[in-house]
Design a protein around this ligand. Sequence first.
Ligand SMILES: C[S@@+](CC[C@H](N)C(=O)[O-])C[C@H]1O[C@@H](n2cnc3c(N)ncnc32)[C@H](O)[C@@H]1O
Length: 198
Amino acid sequence: VLDLCAAPGGKTAQLAAASAQVTAIDVSKRRLARVGENLARLGLAAELVAADAAAFTPSAPADVVLLDAPCTATGTIRRHPDIAVLKTPADIAACVALQRRLLDAAATMVAPGGVLIYAVCSLQPEEGPDQVAALLARHAELRRAPVDPAEVAGLADLVTAEGDLRTLPCHLAAEGGMDGFYVARLRRGPVLAGRRAS
Ligand SMILES: C[S@@+](CC[C@H](N)C(=O)[O-])C[C@H]1O[C@@H](n2cnc3c(N)ncnc32)[C@H](O)[C@@H]1O
């Protein structure tokens, strides 16, 4: 697995704990050091690379590429209410541009038949479903691999009509609710006749 925006390493650790061979990349050396500390504390291992993921070239295409992208984090607003005051439309536009650059790079790193996971803790459509729709329009080799509610404990409310995962603070309210989070799963296949790769 190529974990392209890895720090502080929550998902790197979960992947390593599930026996995946993970290369964890982050542009911030300081934050990447946290990944190393967290893995060591948990008795887990991954290859760590300090790099701009948009300019990174892997030694070989990966079975799975995870892009847990930088975002406005509006899904965490119940824990960080200052987001409503501090974040501006310009922040959304800047995140959308960076995510687009990272997604285009990530798409080139997926092996044929492999999977690209895109995740953000933002609930802004521009950073989630709109971003994925635009990616699919640019990359004819990618198509959605819809999430089945059975993969998320049968919680059909968490799966959108398109087959993406979208959690909201109102979900699992009796258990305290959930942060907002968005995940799309895409698979790299052959380019079909009539669809043009960008
Ligand atoms: C949402 S956090 C990732 C959280 C992490 N996946 C986890 O589960 O713990 C986004 C990360 O992207 C990193 N980042 C931002 N721009 C980047 C870039 N161009 N290349 C690689 N990493 C980048 C940030 O330093 C930050 O650590």
